[in-house]
Design a protein around this ligand. Structure first.
Ligand code: FAD
Length: 580
């Protein structure tokens, strides 16, 4: 019997049990990669009744899936490229995620599109947005966000007083949606585990099991214990994003899919540095730049440049930061400086290799392939359409299983915490009174945990000291740090400060001021001795120092070399070449 929905934990004991289960019997499917695509595949397969394991070499979502612009969107850019099918599909997903699958995690967000040309631009942008709004209606669901509206310069300035008067002539406002990308992946994995999937982080696939040409499973290194295990599976899915080609090489490099990386850098600045009630989208020479509201902050980005260096820790250089500042400052009346930047993060887009030289013109669409019997590969796409990618990959798995497998049903599977969310949101004043927490705090918790808020509140009831905010990162309660370890699969300090919370990009100290307190809270649930607590803090500190220094470098090569000076707390292993 699997756990009741919404209660699946991903604590240390569950990780050990998952690895033991995966090693003990042949599974229908094993998924390599715990980003949004791998997690989506695990949920899709397990809800079709298949037995599933998922292996992630690092922390869940530690690759691209925690480093995006965090938008669930159709992409106005694709509309301009007349790629209507892609936009329609993405907007249908947006409606599903907002209204059915994850209303606690996905929220509408407004954007102002400042117009800079008199005459043609307003009808051009307006027509595009009529189409965007129309394509947003999906079968059986409303769009989930308000429609666009035209604004004079005076009305736009009332919404966004930060804009420089002379930088634009008028504006159009439209709506999209946003998500905490890392949290969404982790919640999807908890959901999959609730339906019976076995999932483990820090478990690296180092090679394949073969029988003749056929892939029959994977070799795995439990990076925490150093032990090796074999996981047998009837089908293996490679969902490793920018690492796709490396996994492909482990089976002999005969794959049809090639994935290359393009780096995108975002800056985080405090909310009060840009006086605006709405997000802003700006055209750039190559693409667009977003100014996105993010709690008490703004996320500003992004860049788009080819990246051939370290994939696990793409480094932002001084030039990347200057590029973003220069473009946003073109429309602000009070320019931002480097001193305003609280956080910086860089991510790698997994782009399918194409004809074009320019990475920004390569396709964001996905492909699914069956390079050798027993192995399915899925790559490309974007965060918003992960569910479609997962469905296509599991259809290919079903084909390889030679048995009848039910069709995908993830369009009707709410993620853990979604059920009951609306009722709890409506009762938030009552929840605030009964818990003794401020209503703003309850809102913050509901938008992170949905109806699983009761598990966080239970921790506080047991130990009221956990109801206090972290000193130096008071958006988050101490209980959230403990919960990250007991329920959310966090295994190290970095996991908590970077992905379960976003303290590493939301504070000027980048998490250093809370490292000791957070490590102390994690020590109990993760059974750390004093030595381990010290190691965790040291590693985190070195990472922050290396990132800060890399962001002072002019070139990618210099930034990469410095970032690599801070090793991971759990280094990944060199892949095997043997396939015996
Ligand atoms: C700057 C930027 C902004 C973006 N903004 C948006 C946006 O706003 N909206 C949108 O829809 N999309 C956006 N995207 C695209 C989107 O983020 C990606 O398409 C998506 O996150 C890719 O997910 P993935 O699961 O394929 O890859 P990943 O998240 O990288 O997951 C792959 C995982 O595989 C693991 N792995 C690798 N090798 C092994 C191994 N040997 N064993 C086990 N595990 C392994 C890695 O550790 C990693 O966690 C953006 C991308 C970037 C870079």
């Amino acid at each position: 019997m699997t756990a009741r929905m919404g209660t699946a934990r991903l604590g240390p004991a569950e990780r050990s049990a998952a690895l033991a289960k995966m090693a003990s019997a042949e599974l229908d499917v094993v998924v390599i990669g715990g980003g949004v695509v791998g997690a989506g595949v695990a949920l899709d397969a397990t809800t079709r009744g298949l037995s599933v394991g998922l292996l992630e070499a690092r922390d869940f979502a530690s690759g691209t899936s925690s480093r995006s612009s965090k938008l669930i969107h159709g992409g106005l850019r694709y509309l301009e490229q007349l790629n209507f099918d892609l936009v329609r599909e993405a907007l249908q997903e947006r409606a599903l995620l907002l209204q059915r699958i994850a209303p606690h995690l996905v929220r509408p967000v407004p954007f102002l599109f400042p117009l800079t040309h008199f005459g043609w631009e307003r009808p051009y942008v307006g027509t595009g947005l009529v189409m965007y709004d129309t394509l947003g209606y999906s079968a059986g669901l409303t769009r989930g966000v308000p429609g666009h509206r035209h604004l004079s310069r005076r009305r736009a300035l009332r919404l966004a007083p930060a804009l420089r008067r002379t930088a634009f002539s008028g504006a159009v406002q439209y709506w999209d949606a946003q998500v905490d990308d890392a949290r969404y992946v982790m919640t999807m994995l908890r959901t999959a585990a609730g339906y019976g999937a076995h999932v483990a982080s820090r478990a690296q696939v180092t090679g394949f099991l073969r029988e003749g040409e056929r892939v029959t499973g994977v070799r795995v290194r439990d990076l925490e214990s150093g032990t090796d295990l074999r996981v047998r599976a009837r089908q293996v899915v490679n969902a490793t994003g920018v690492w796709t080609d490396e996994i492909q090489e482990l089976v002999g490099g005969r794959g049809q899919i090639h994935v290359r990386a393009s780096k995108g850098v975002h800056l985080v600045v405090p909310r009060d540095r840009i006086h605006s009630l709405t997000g802003i989208i700006l055209r750039t020479e190559k693409s667009v730049l977003f100014v996105i509201p993010w709690g008490r902050h703004w996320i500003i980005g992004t860049t788009d440049t080819r990246w051939d260096l370290d994939k696990a820790h793409p480094a932002a250089s001084r030039s990347d930061i200057d590029y973003v500042l220069e473009h946003v400052n073109a429309v602000l009346s009070v320019p931002l400086t480097r001193d305003d930047v609280e956080g910086v993060y860089a991510g790698l887009r997994p782009l399918l290799s194409g004809e074009s030289e320019e990475t920004s013109k390569l396709s964001r669409e996905h492909v699914v392939a069956h390079p050798v019997p027993g192995l399915v590969m899925v790559a490309g796409g974007k965060y918003t359409t992960y569910r479609v990618m997962a469905k296509d990959a599991v259809d290919a798995v079903a084909h390889g299983l030679h048995q009848r497998v039910p069709p995908s049903c993830t369009d009707r599977i709410p993620l853990a915490g979604a059920e009951g969310y609306q009722a709890l949101w409506n009762s938030r004043e009552r929840l605030a009174r009964s818990s003794g927490l401020h209503v703003a705090r309850i809102e913050h918790l509901l938008q992170r945990y949905g109806s699983m808020i009761d598990e966080v509140l239970a921790l506080i009831e047991e130990d009221p000291a956990l109801g206090h905010p972290l000193t130096g990162a008071d958006d988050y309660l101490r209980a959230e740090v403990v919960y990250a370890a007991t329920h959310e699969g966090a295994r190290h300090l970095n996991d908590v400060l970077t992905r379960r919370t976003h303290i590493s990009i939301e504070t000027f100290h980048r998490g250093l001021a809370v490292a000791e307190e957070a490590a102390g809270l994690l020590a109990g649930p993760l059974e750390w001795d004093d030595e381990q607590v010290k190691r965790e803090i040291e590693h985190y500190t070195k990472r922050v120092e290396a990132e800060r220094l890399s962001q002072e470098q002019d070139t990618d090569h210099e930034a990469d070399a410095i970032r690599l000076g801070a090793p991971d707390i759990v280094p990944v292993a060199a892949p095997e070449t043997s396939t015996a």
